[in-house]
Design a protein around this ligand. Structure first.
Ligand code: SLL
Length: 265
């Protein structure tokens, strides 16, 4: 019999999960698209929901398994596509297509059934043409690859107790475990066997897995607490500048009003 408390909420608790929504696009050539290219289509593209570092690691990414919380993703494409609504229930959560034009992809994220959470919408602007400064555009042309990734966060406020168990379980990090115990990193150093084995992490790179953003980013996976802080500082600077401008405009308006009153009086 299911426990009566199964869907009780865990009070005063919030669990966040950073993840990536992004796209890649390339010019179609007969080399990279052996099938007949549909009429008028010039680009190949892919839109996806991924774990941080998923592509770079060639697997589940640097953090917890997305499947722990993400049940399926529905991608809503431009209405010019046949079957514009595409649902992906198993990783990789992605849609690969060809086309000619950029558009806004609507994504609907469905959460693990134990969560009792409603689906959430996200939007992603599919980018087919090179963008950014000149150097960035040159690099995109050279690689024939336009990548537009953004780091998103989903927050579960007071998650259901069943869901909370999953969000805190160790098995969501199983893909980060060392392939063969006692090999690789474990072999270095000359400490006594038993001691070395017990003090070494069982995870790749001897790092304890974490569900939060890493402290520092890398060239390929820039999203980090450091970047978050920088973005926040940029926003605060912009806000201060805006406040100054608003105050200046207010003063000008007051002076104009004063002059108007003088003329009218
Ligand atoms: C526009 N935003 O309004 C663009 C339209 C169209 C996207 C984007 C091909 C679909 C198909 C395709 O690229 N559609 O015919 O299979 O100008």
């Amino acid at each position: 019999m299911p426990a009566a408390s199964a869907n009780k909420r865990v009070k005063n608790t919030r669990v966040s999960r950073p993840f990536i929504i992004g796209s890649q696009a390339w010019n179609l050539t007969s080399q990279n698209h052996p099938d007949p290219i549909p009429d008028g289509h010039t680009k190949g593209w892919r839109v996806y929901v991924r774990a941080l570092g998923e592509e770079e690691s060639g697997g589940g990414g640097n953090g917890p398994d997305l499947k722990t919380w993400l049940k399926k993703v529905q991608f809503k494409l431009h209405h010019t596509y046949a079957d514009a609504s595409r649902t992906v229930e198993t990783p990789p959560f992605e849609v690969t297509e060809t086309g000619y034009g950029e558009f806004e992809v609507e994504l609907r994220l469905y959460f693990d059934s134990s969560s009792g959470e409603k689906a959430q919408y996200r939007f992603h602007r599919l980018r087919l043409e090179p963008y950014g400064d000149e150097a960035q555009q040159a690099r995109q042309r050279e690689r024939n690859l336009v990548v537009a990734d953004t780091c998103e966060i989903v927050e579960f406020n007071e998650p259901s107790s069943d869901f909370f168990v999953k969000l805190t379980a160790e098995d969501q990090f199983a893909h980060l475990k060392k392939k063969a115990a006692g090999q690789g990193a474990g072999a270095k150093g000359s400490k006594g066997r038993g001691k070395a084995a017990s003090s070494k992490s069982e995870y790749e790179g001897d790092k304890e897995p974490s569900a939060s953003l890493p402290d520092k980013g890398t060239e390929t996976v820039p999203w980090s607490k450091e970047m978050e802080k920088k973005v926040l500082e940029m926003l605060q600077d912009a806000q201060r500048e805006l406040d100054v401008n608003i105050e200046q405009e207010r003063q000008k308006a007051r002076q104009r009003q004063k002059r108007l009153n003088e003329v009218a009086g």
